[in-house]
Design a protein around this ligand. Structure first.
Ligand SMILES: NC(=O)c1ccc[n+]([C@@H]2O[C@H](COP(=O)([O-])OP(=O)(O)OC[C@H]3O[C@@H](n4cnc5c(N)ncnc54)[C@H](OP(=O)(O)O)[C@@H]3O)[C@@H](O)[C@H]2O)c1
Length: 239
């Protein structure tokens, strides 16, 4: 499987390293997309594109990659305010798109447990919910894409909450998220439920970027020759 990597930062480099380690052909690597890159004949030999760039670059990148018809796997976060536009464009180009805010299998399992805990919590209104996330200083968006997904899970499951706020005081119907930007932390997410008696916390710590890259490569293997919209449920969900 030959891969087209778009974005050669921390994630692009880790994906390249793992592709080499796993014996896949040398990928075609591009950083910023230009007309010259899009016209490069080497692209046509790529079966899947993997994009990890920047919130501001993702939308243009997606539209250009959709136009090539090559199935796209992307993990770039911070663009979901334009989700409707992107999903409509994907349909128009009739191409393959796999998006996840966190590709690690551990976070997929964490979310399963998180949703179930939230569902149970509706019966125990004495517990107040809050969320915390920590990432490295270079991270551009806050809260993280993963934190937004976890907050959306809570909004789906908790009857008492209707929105979230980040790093500001929350009203009773809001989920407070605290986002920390410190050191070299690859990504930590915590969900807390506190009552007058006790506190329950669940926590996921990424040890490095390797799990994200592994998941993105698995998604790319899954996407070969596929059209349509796919998520981690298609990859890791019970068959
Ligand atoms: N879904 C997941 O599992 C997961 C995991 C980790 C990270 N992420 C997300 O993935 C994205 C990339 O993370 P990273 O750690 O690899 O970031 P990074 O190290 O900062 O690398 C970003 C890359 O994108 C390029 N880029 C920046 N602005 C661009 C633009 N306007 N047009 C095209 N390319 C541009 C950068 O090129 P220059 O060097 O030229 O600026 C660089 O190659 C972020 O959104 C991050 O939140 C997702």
């Amino acid at each position: 499987m030959k891969i087209w990597i778009i974005g050669y930062g921390k994630m692009g480099k880790e994906i390249h390293r793992q592709l080499t380690e796993r014996g896949y052909p040398e990928p075609f690597i591009s950083e910023r997309l230009t007309p010259e890159i899009l016209a490069n004949p080497e692209i046509t030999s790529c079966e899947v594109a993997i994009e990890f760039t920047h919130p501001e670059a993702a939308i243009d990148n997606y539209l250009q990659i959709f136009s090539t018809g090559i199935p796209l796997v992307s993990g770039t976060t911070g663009w979901l305010n334009q989700e409707d536009r992107i999903l409509k464009a994907r349909e128009e180009f009739n191409t393959g798109f796999f998006y996840a805010s966190n590709f690690s299998p551990g976070m997929y399992l964490f979310r399963k447990m998180h949703r179930e805990l939230a569902r149970q919590m509706n019966r125990f209104p004495q517990y107040g919910v809050s969320m915390e996330e920590s990432h490295h200083l270079q991270k551009q968006d806050a809260p993280s894409g993963t934190a937004i997904s976890l907050a959306q899970d809570l909004l789906d499951e908790l009857d008492s909450k209707t929105s979230w706020v980040c790093n500001q005081p929350a009203q009773a119907h809001q989920i407070p998220i605290t986002a920390h930007r410190i050191g070299e932390v690859p990504g930590t997410h915590q969900v807390h439920y506190a009552s007058a008696f006790d506190q329950i916390s669940i926590r996921h710590d990424a040890k490095s970027r390797a799990g994200f890259a592994w998941g993105a490569i698995e998604a790319a293997l899954f996407m070969r020759g596929k059209k349509g919209l796919f998520t981690l449920e298609n990859l890791y969900g019970e068959k």
